[in-house]
Design a protein around this ligand. Structure first.
Ligand code: 13P
Length: 256
């Protein structure tokens, strides 16, 4: 059995000013600043990256992540941020293809592919989000949807690229709805993702890659979800905005 270190990331979405971010990070660090059983990633909005980066610089186990990037290295793309700009702030991870980006900003699998390439070229570790909508789940199409997202999102990639990628399975119907996938449903989807990767790449890739679950993760359900063999961590939205909730998820879920 291959050991995969758990990875818990907080996706703050469009929340927290710089001042609020500082308070939240200080509170989080008081609880888990020395916690070594999991990798912890904080993904504040762009405007708070610099402040959070400063606070995290002496802390080896809590890393900085961004929520998005533009695929081009520079140029006339008003309002956008490049991988190099993120690197300069010591960002290590970047969320790509979140369902809110797909839904509200019309990103598709081809966009995800280009952004993931840009992140990898800058040595940022992409957290690539996949997941089906409620109608896709209810009509029994969820396996096809995930397979297409993975196949098109990872076009042109090989084992080397995949070894730096983290996947987040986020069923769209469970995001911000309070409706969590049951541990059994999430485990089944994670197993399917590994099966697709095993066919498309190799068994080695499918066994090594870390797959986070995201969608209404809370302190109360984190332990059960993360105790499933194919669930390697969580991508937490709402509950990551509260230090006590987020650190409880990290501790509950990741202590043996
Ligand atoms: P919630 O935890 O608020 O459901 O959000 C999940 C998510 O979208 C994380 O990226």
């Amino acid at each position: 059995m291959i050991y995969r270190k758990k990875i818990v990331a907080g996706n703050w979405k469009m929340n927290k000013t710089q001042a609020e971010a500082r308070v939240l990070v200080e509170d989080i660090l008081r609880e888990v600043g020395k916690f070594d059983e999991a990798e912890i990633v904080l993904c504040p909005p762009f405007t708070a990256l610099s402040a959070v980066s400063e606070l995290l610089s002496p802390v080896p186990n809590v890393r900085l992540g961004a929520q998005n990037l533009h695929e081009a290295p520079s140029g006339a793309y008003t309002g956008e941020i490049s991988a190099g700009m993120l690197r300069e702030l010591y960002v290590r991870y970047v969320i790509i293809g979140h369902s809110e980006r797909r839904q509200f900003f019309h990103e598709d699998n081809a966009t995800v592919n280009r952004k993931t390439k840009a992140a990898l070229a800058a040595e940022l570790r992409p957290i690539v989000c996949v997941g089906e909508t409620l109608p896709e789940r209810e009509s029994g199409k969820w396996k096809n949807v995930l397979e297409t997202q993975l196949r098109e999102g990872f076009v042109g990639f090989g084992e080397k690229e995949l070894s730096d990628i983290i996947i987040a399975y986020e069923p769209v119907w469970a995001i911000g709805t309070g409706k969590t996938a049951s541990p059994a449903q999430a485990e089944e989807a994670h197993q399917w993702i590994r099966q697709v990767l095993s066919t498309r790449f190799s068994q080695n890739v499918s066994e090594r890659i870390r797959i986070q679950y995201g969608g209404s993760v809370k302190p109360e359900n984190a332990k059960e979800l993360l105790s499933k063999p194919d669930i390697d961590g969580a991508l937490v939205g709402g509950a990551s905005l509260d230090a006590r909730g987020f650190t409880a998820i990290v501790k509950n879920a990741c202590l043996p």
